[in-house]
Design a protein around this ligand. Sequence first.
Ligand SMILES: Cc1ncc(COP(=O)(O)O)c(C=O)c1O
Length: 390
Amino acid sequence: MKYASITERLSRLGSEKWAVHIEGKHRKAKGEKLIFLSIGEPDVPPPAAVLNAAKAGIRHGNLGYSAGEGAHKLRETLSRYYTKQTGRAIKPSQFLFLPGTQAALYVAFMAIIEPGDEVLLLDPYYATYEAVVTAPGGVPVPVRLDPDNDFHINFDLLEKTVTPRTKAMLLNSPSNPTGAVFTEEEISRLGAFAKKHNLWIVSDEVYATLVHEDHRFISPFFDKTLEERTVVVSSISKSHALPGFRCGWIAASEEFCRRTLPVSETMLFGGHPFLEEALTAALDGDFPENAAAKHAYLSRAEALVAGLKGANHLRAHLPEGGMFVMLDVRPTGLSGDQFARKLLAEEAVVTMPGESFGDGGAGHVRIALTVDEATMAEAARRIRKVAEGL
Ligand SMILES: Cc1ncc(COP(=O)(O)O)c(C=O)c1O
């Protein structure tokens, strides 16, 4: 049978990124003990109140079809949440419920990209970004972030990379994998750049609540003059440690939501109403579990950085936000991939090579902060051993 070209385009963007992780899983299946620092899956407990809201939704029989754009009560809650964050009125009609940020990214690019349109990706970037751009026929165009400036933006390079075919840029702050949080000045310059070249800004804000001291989360959506061109995608997968709930959303202009609803409905026919009830509770509350999780991620990063302090050939610093540390292994002379494979082979520590996140991640290894402090300190000891044995 003859398949559509999308199956070809997406098949080339897959599993080799995960080779080290997959090998770790195979070794685990054979009974070996390993330290997994490869996947950004929260290990911390989600808020009990949100779990209870989901259970109550089932008990009350909230099991029918939901509205395609999401339940009205949920969109009212999102409206309050974003009105408070942005300081201006954001209407319930400016949201679409989607089952996770990933689905929101897919729908957003389906709605704005024609075949051949270029999309700027700040490189290194999250592992699925090339695919979400490529699915509707878009062309991902990487723009290197500066590893020697903690992966912040090189605006000269951005300006050099834009072409008449550039249609959008995809931001992720706090960033997976780099841990960078873009400053107010950076967001303002990105906004001016987007206006100058008439670009969409797709802003992946899945780590927005995980910003560490001395840094502040700023979204382009906070700026009213960027509202018509900004599409925010987010979820409670990280903020509330609930990736399995698949509860996310788009926040954008009314026009974007009106035009994009049929794209989303064509595939989804609405969400799961008892989980939308839980999402409403999640966004309405302030939970000690979330504060504890944020604190835990920072303490683990501190344990890692302290354990690697002064190590030969390694550079690690605290992330500005998110759940990851980018470990710079360039002074070892190995690629991120070589270092990650050696670490797995010799010390049973599973990480992600920086190259899995684009060429901009070369010479780095991404460490997920998803084990307790003591295990993180042990991982640091093993990482150090590999580097110092070179
Ligand atoms: C940057 C980024 N965007 C999107 C996702 C997907 O999130 P969700 O579970 O909301 O689909 C992840 C998950 O790791 C991520 O790190």
